[in-house]
Write a protein that binds this ligand. Structure first.
Ligand SMILES: [Fe+2]
Length: 253
């Protein structure tokens, strides 16, 4: 399985999934059609599927143009089918679906929106987390509750540690500033930040991250860490209370 990030708009990523065996090609969250078409043309590829993690315009903006051009099928969450333009294949939570020679599983992860899903390729250990889990951050809570977002992040946290995380935006460097402001003694985080800065200075993407890195460095996954709790003066608070505080602080960071 070949996965290629395609930078779109200001800081979005669409991802081309190329199955070299079956020659099936998909794109996850095409914010816009033009850069996706340019890549497909350059590589002489046809597009079979468009996969949407959620309905926001910067994840579905290229749907209809790509569908028309390639006769591609659009795949999204059943409960959000009214908000996914051009949807053809509506999948449900925990449903497994064949993508060429691979199989993906739908993990329902509400919070950012109420119809947000993760595309999880269990055998390849790849997760497309959209705007729910970012590298070193998480999405804003627009439609769901704090509890829903916290529980969705925990669903991802429980996947195998070597799962590769492909998220919807290149927010990593900015997110790292928030993490380090409250977790300054975290050596893994310090080392990850060095790596991030090097990549960004060479104009390279910071994706994919690994779930192991996120568990060790992403502050939203560290709501039980004594150091983090101490920075927040929340030593006696529960993990969900810490999460709520972090999300509010990040909204105004
Ligand atoms: Fe979004």
């Amino acid at each position: 399985m070949q996965i290629i990030p395609i930078p779109c708009l200001t800081d979005n990523y669409a991802y081309i999934i190329n199955d070299n065996i079956s020659k099936i090609v998909g794109v996850v969250d095409p914010s816009e059609a033009t850069p996706v078409i340019a890549f497909l043309k350059k590589k002489n590829l046809q597009l079979n599927y468009i996969l949407n993690t959620h309905h926001h315009f910067d994840h579905i903006g290229g749907n209809l143009e790509l569908k028309k051009m390639y006769n591609a099928k659009i795949v999204g969450f059943e409960k959000d089918k009214k908000r996914i333009p051009g949807i053809d294949i509506a999948l449900t939570d925990n449903e497994c679906w064949k993508f060429g020679s691979f199989e993906l599983k739908i993990i329902y992860i509400p919070g950012h929106t109420l119809g947000h899903i993760c595309f999880y390729f269990e055998n390849e250990k790849v997760a497309f987390t959209g705007d729910t889990l970012f590298s070193l951050g998480c999405g804003r809570i627009f439609e769901g509750t704090y509890e829903q977002m916290f529980s969705s992040l925990n669903k991802i946290k429980n996947l195998p540690k070597d799962t590769k995380i492909y998220c919807g935006h290149e927010y990593t460097e900015k997110n790292s500033e928030f993490c380090i402001s409250l977790d300054s003694r975290n050596k893994k985080l310090i080392s990850k930040i060095n790596d991030i800065k090097l990549k960004r200075s060479n104009n390279l993407p910071t994706v994919p991250s690994s779930l192991k890195d996120e568990i060790e460095c992403n502050i939203f996954f560290r709501c039980e860490d004594e150091q983090v709790k101490s920075s927040l003066k929340m030593k006696n608070n529960t993990p969900i209370e810490v999460f709520m505080k972090l999300r509010d602080l990040k909204d105004n960071f």
